[in-house]
Design a protein around this ligand. Structure first.
Ligand code: RAM
Length: 480
């Protein structure tokens, strides 16, 4: 680990702003009964519950189950038989013994919630449990509320939800989601950062995160896909082809937004290293295919073949590297030659002339993700890209997008070839649908055709406040 970089990250640790939110009640529960409290909006923080009792003296411990839910659907979801592949530990449920009433129960964990369900699992026949008050100590490192933008009520609603999503995920780092995984991921950071530049403008938080990734690169320079910061800073042993490379455009965006050449210059060698390291995954100028889960992310659609999309991400990031070098007066002739070679190879290998679309992997899969990323990589000119995106829209059987992360890239690809009307329609229909379903914050994954979808084997583990979904706030400010 690079101590110098980690010291810079530590010096940029933000203060959290606390806000108390209280729900007063005098609810009496008998054994087996439960009550659901609604805080009225999504919050992140710790919670204290004031319990009392009624009837005879407390002759047995009170066993209470407390469940925190981000959305209404989660409240009554039965998780006893949860069998997803991601840990059940992410489900925000506690089973607690209270030996002496009355008591102020201060729960140690930080939760992400709007609803709190309290169930009196076991009391005794002689006493009842009273819930007097719930107090949430909510936290964020977002500087202040940002004025909502939008030309219509729906746009304003979408912007408000997206801003809330961002704010909730702004803690000591940009977290992916405050329920899960509660940590810094590179792909997520890139979208949080561009949205931050035109909303909360907490640019030092982006800088801190860049140094956290840089400071935790391994001895060969590999940047991890995500970083833990508690109890101490540690990179995850997950390396993703696209996420490591996306350090490059994240740094370029930071430079463009802040003009901070010093940071960009300091981190440039590591950024360029990602291109060099990625080359090990190529045969000639074509990236090798891999079906290992998480090898390259792009989206959470488990049917997606990643080969073509990965090649496009490489070209996209190499082009960002050229821009960085040019801004910082560094030579980049070799990168330009590499881009030419990789682009030619991408068109020769993946472009199906008959279909007029890019195909991926041995089965020549047509997917939105691969075609979108080839557009973002500008392997074709603006007119051809617009035509390609039209063909994609009407192609039957293209593997679809399931995350707001992937939808972000679709919108970006559309606006970059002047298809702003289509882009705008998708923002209103996709994010608008979540808003219509009552979202206070936008979700990690949302497939309008299958609201129960989860890449984890169960919806209970999904995150319903996930910062990579906040980019309507970016698009609405930048393009509409
Ligand atoms: C999930 C997280 C995170 C994302 C990775 C790839 O585990 O939700 O946001 O970046 O997947």
């Amino acid at each position: 680990m690079n101590k110098k970089f980690l010291l810079k990250a530590a010096a940029l640790m933000p203060d959290l702003t606390h806000q108390k939110v209280t729900l007063q009640d005098n609810k009496v529960l008998d054994q087996g009964e439960s009550v659901v409290y609604d805080f009225g909006d999504h919050y992140v923080g710790t919670v204290t519950i004031d319990f009392g009792w009624a009837g005879s003296p407390q002759d047995a411990p009170a066993l209470v189950k407390i469940k925190f839910s981000e959305i209404a659907y989660e409240v009554d979801e039965d998780t006893t038989d949860y069998n997803g592949w991601i840990s059940k530990g992410w489900i925000q449920e506690e089973l607690i013994h209270i030996d002496a009433l009355p008591c102020k129960l201060k729960l140690k964990r930080r939760y992400a919630f709007r609803y709190v369900k309290i169930e009196a699992v076991a009391l005794s026949q002689k006493y009842s449990l009273i819930i007097n008050k719930l107090t949430a100590d909510t936290v964020t490192s977002a500087p202040e509320f940002v004025p909502v933008v939008g030309n219509t009520p729906l746009e304003k609603k979408i912007d408000k939800i997206a801003l809330r999503t961002m704010r909730e995920c702004m803690q000591y780092e940009f977290e992916d989601g405050p329920k899960r995984d509660r940590r810094l991921w590179l792909g997520d950071l890139r979208l949080q950062a561009i949205t931050n530049y035109c909303t909360y403008k907490h640019n030092d938080l982006v800088k801190r995160c860049l140094y956290l990734f840089a400071g935790t690169a391994d001895k060969n320079g590999n940047i991890s896909a995500c970083v833990f910061t508690k109890p101490k800073v540690l990179p995850d042993d997950t390396y993703m082809f696209d996420y490591s490379l996306l350090f490059i455009p994240t740094l370029l965006d930071y430079l463009n937004a802040t003009g901070d050449k010093q940071t960009a210059t300091e981190l440039l060698p590591l950024a360029l290293k990602q291109l060099e390291l990625a080359k090990a995954q190529f045969d000639g100028d074509i990236v090798r295919d891999s079906d290992k889960l998480g090898w390259c992310f792009l989206d959470w659609n488990l049917a997606l073949n990643k080969q073509c999309g990965a090649q496009a991400v490489y070209i996209y990031c190499a082009k960002a590297a050229v821009k960085l070098c040019e801004r910082l007066d560094k030579d980049c002739k070799a990168i330009k030659l590499d881009i030419e070679a990789k682009t030619k190879a991408a068109i020769d290998t993946f472009y199906d002339k008959q279909k007029g679309l890019f195909v991926s992997g041995a089965d020549k899969q047509v997917s939105y993700a691969a075609n979108i990323w080839m557009c973002l990589a500008h392997v074709f000119g603006e007119k051809e890209r617009a035509e390609l995106l039209d063909r994609l829209k009407y192609y039957d059987g293209a593997v679809k997008l399931v995350t707001p992360y992937a939808y972000h890239h679709y919108i970006q690809a559309l606006v970059e070839c002047r298809k702003s009307i289509d882009a705008h329609d998708i923002i209103l229909s996709y994010w608008g649908k979540m808003a219509e379903l009552g979202a206070d914050t936008f979700y990690e994954l949302f497939n309008p055709e299958n609201p129960d979808e989860s890449p984890y084997g169960s919806r209970a583990a999904n995150s319903y406040c996930h910062a990579w979904s906040c980019t309507p706030s970016y698009f609405l400010r930048k393009y509409f």
